[in-house]
Design a protein. Structure first.
Length: 426
């Protein structure tokens, strides 16, 4: 497929999403199934075009004067993929599958639009209702923080130190130019591509199949490190999901001690079994969602609560999610977070740690939830995150919130947006 055909496909996918109200991943998958002539490079280019369009939908719609899919895709090609107006016209003229272009003067006027005149939420590329939440979290820097969440993310990997080393994995992935992560001691990073260039499918690599590394954002790696778990401890991963942080905890504990992996959703937990086997993790016991947890009450050295949240910190990777989110969903998540924190706190032994983590940038899901919990649970106190994370956190660009709570952001740390706080039971 040529550029014009790829643009038409992206427009088709975006229209399908708008009509059927479904995630980009589903719409792209179904488009690929019904257009089997499209090769892997075509599907990757179309996916890049769709996701880049969604990342900056508000600002591009403002420039084009419409949120029609064709205008959004053309603005992506002009504004993000850096095609010139004449270059785009030439590409499309030679492709019978290309959409019809507006006059060159109109395209040039779109490209020349002065975004400084646009409303703040448009410049931030977020839904209008989110603006007060970003301002609450980031103050004067909130637009720049939101803009960073509208850029392409890198591909971050966590080396499984139970089976390999960072240098060894880096050599295996040298052709992808994998470099040590800026902050995570076991992390590797592959820079995002440009235009149609896709990130590599590293899960097809022999090193992945051998369990030498996992795909995991650097912020998620740091959140696991912030638990400060030690070999021999009793650890409870209360919202384990597919097990990304569980695996990181097991590596930090050198397969010693015991980790209990729990999640209320059986489908979210299902992938953990294969991942544990591939990583050669031996100190994890997976609990059924309906398991009776009363035997664990007051026994755990550390309880990790990777709480269900809006996922606003992951909008670089899931830009369609920010346009589906509404304030009612945020409010529902906050209620759920309070409930989960209260339940998980019952498992912590005196002197033990309760570590609260979200991949959200909203203060309502983060510091506000810690404050609400502490107001009702005087037997817990807020503690600064332990070594080795604390020194790194203060020397990097992490935001220290409320004295000891930590926030990572795409702008300051180059990670997904994460928040974590350590509470100690007195």
């Amino acid at each position: 497929m040529r550029l014009g055909g790829r643009a038409s496909a992206a427009i088709e996918v975006l229209n399908d999403m708008a009509v059927r109200h479904r995630p980009a991943s589903e719409a792209l998958r179904d488009w690929g199934l019904s257009h089997r002539f499209a090769g892997g490079g075509d599907r990757a280019a179309i996916g890049n075009l769709v996701y880049d369009t969604l990342r900056k939908r508000a600002s591009q719609a403002w420039c084009a004067g419409s949120d029609d899919a064709i205008g959004l895709v053309l603005m992506t090609l002009l504004g993000q993929w850096n095609y010139g107006v004449d270059e785009l016209a030439t590409e499309f003229a030679e492709d019978r599958h290309a959409p019809e272009l507006p006059p060159a003067g109109q395209l040039a006027s779109w490209l020349a639009s002065d975004l400084a005149q646009a409303p703040a939420y448009v410049r931030a590329d977020i839904p209008e209702w989110c603006a007060p939440h970003f301002e609450q979290s980031f103050g004067e820097d909130w637009i720049a923080e939101a803009q960073a969440l509208a850029e392409r993310p890198p591909l971050d990997l966590r080396v499984n130190t139970l089976k390999s080393t960072r240098d060894k994995v880096a050599k295996q992935l040298a052709r992808f130019d994998a470099k040590p992560s800026p902050l995570a001691p076991s992390g590797l990073r592959i820079a995002p591509g440009t235009r149609a260039v896709r990130l590599p499918n590293v899960q097809a690599e022999a090193a992945f199949q051998k369990g030498w590394f996992e795909v995991q954002d650097e912020g998620s790696q740091l959140a696991a490190l912030a638990t400060n778990v030690k070999p021999g401890e009793q650890v409870f991963d209360y919202c384990a999901g597919a097990g990304g942080k569980t695996l990181a905890l097991a590596a930090a504990m050198e397969n010693k001690g015991q980790i209990y992996a729990h999640d209320s959703n059986r489908m979210r937990l299902a992938p953990i079994h294969d991942r544990l086997k591939r990583a050669s993790v031996r100190n994890v016991q997976v609990l059924a969602p309906a398991a009776d947890l009363s035997d664990f009450a007051g026994r755990m050295d550390c309880v990790l609560v990777d709480a269900p949240c809006t996922g606003s910190g992951t909008w670089r990777r899931r830009p369609d999610a920010k346009w589906r989110l509404d304030e009612a969903a945020l409010e529902a998540r906050m209620v759920e977070q309070d409930t989960i924190l209260a339940e998980a706190s019952l498992l912590v032994r005196p002197g033990g740690r309760l570590v609260y983590v979200t991949c959200s940038v909203f203060a309502g899901e983060n510091g506000d939830r810690i404050a609400a919990f502490l107001a009702k649970h005087p037997d817990f106190t807020l503690q600064s995150t332990g070594e080795p994370f604390a020194q790194m956190c203060h020397s990097a660009q992490c935001r220290i919130v409320g004295g000891s709570m930590v926030a990572l952001t795409a702008k300051r740390t180059g990670t997904d947006g994460f928040f974590f706080a350590t509470l100690v039971k007195v």
